[in-house]
Design a binder for this molecule. Sequence first.
Ligand SMILES: NC(=O)c1ccc[n+]([C@@H]2O[C@H](COP(=O)([O-])OP(=O)(O)OC[C@H]3O[C@@H](n4cnc5c(N)ncnc54)[C@H](OP(=O)(O)O)[C@@H]3O)[C@@H](O)[C@H]2O)c1
Length: 244
Amino acid sequence: MRIAVAGGTGSVGRHVVEALRARGHEPLVLSRGQGVDLLAVSGLDAALTGAEVVVDVSNISATGKAAAVSFFDRAGRNLTEAARRAGVRHLVSLSIVGVDRVKLGYYTGKLRQEEIVKAAGVPWTILRATQFHEFAGQFLSGIPGPLALVPTGRVQPVAAWEVGEALADLATGSPQRMAPELAGPQIESLPDMARRLIAAGGARKRPVLPLHLPGGMSAGHLVPTGPGPRGTQTFAEWLKQQSW
Ligand SMILES: NC(=O)c1ccc[n+]([C@@H]2O[C@H](COP(=O)([O-])OP(=O)(O)OC[C@H]3O[C@@H](n4cnc5c(N)ncnc54)[C@H](OP(=O)(O)O)[C@@H]3O)[C@@H](O)[C@H]2O)c1
C-alpha cells in the first residue's frame, strides 16, 4: 500500500518510514528536504498521487504559541484538504498525551491540529504519545547559553522507534478515531534525562538547572491518566544504544 508520511525524515518519521517498508508497504516522504512544503498548497496534490493513507508526523521546532498554531493550522489544513481531494481513506496523526490539559504555547498548536484532523472529512486516527527519549536532546538544542533551565515534573518517555512501530500498525489498520495513549515504560524527570544525556556525550556540556513552571510538565499533565500501550525500552537502555 502507498502511504504518505508527512515529516518522514524527522525523529519519529524516519522510524515510521522504516517500519512501513519492513511491512512491505511503499512510504512516500513529504518534507521540505524532499521538495514538498506543507505550508504551500502547490505540490501536495501531486505528492499524494496514489496514496491510500496519510500519516502526519510533521513538526515545527519553535515552541511559542503563535508560531505553533500558525504552523499546525496551515500545514494541517493544507494536508487534510489535499488528502480529501486525493481520495485518501485514512488519516493518521501523532499528537501528545496531555495536550488538552496543558493549553499553553506549542500544545495549543497541537490541539488545533487535532481539531483539523477530526473535521477533515477523511476517516481518522489520532495517537497521543508521550515525549520521546530523543526529547531531552531536542529540548536542550533549543536553549542557547551556558546554563540549561529545564522544567521539573514527571514525564514518561518512550523510544521514537516504538512510536514509529505503533503508527505503522495504526496506518495499516482501520481508522480508530482516538487511539489509546502510548507512553514509555517508566516515569523520569526531564532535568535528570538532560543531565544523563550530557554525561553520555549526547549534548553540549553545561549545568542543568531545574525550573518549576506552572502548568504543563511541572504540573504532571504530560503523563497518561489511564491505561494504554506502553513501550518497552527505558531511557537508560536507549541511552546505552546511542553513539555520538
Ligand atoms: N518529540 C517528541 O518528544 C514528541 C512526542 C510526542 C509527539 N510528538 C509529535 O510528533 C511529531 C513529530 O515530531 P518530531 O520530534 O519527530 O519532529 P522533527 O524531528 O522536528 O521532524 C519534523 C519533520 O517535519 C518536516 N517538516 C517540517 N516543516 C515542514 C514543512 N513546512 N513541510 C513539510 N515538512 C516539514 C521535517 O522535514 P524538513 O525539515 O525537511 O521539512 C521533518 O521531517 C510532532 O507533531 C510532535 O508534536 C513529538
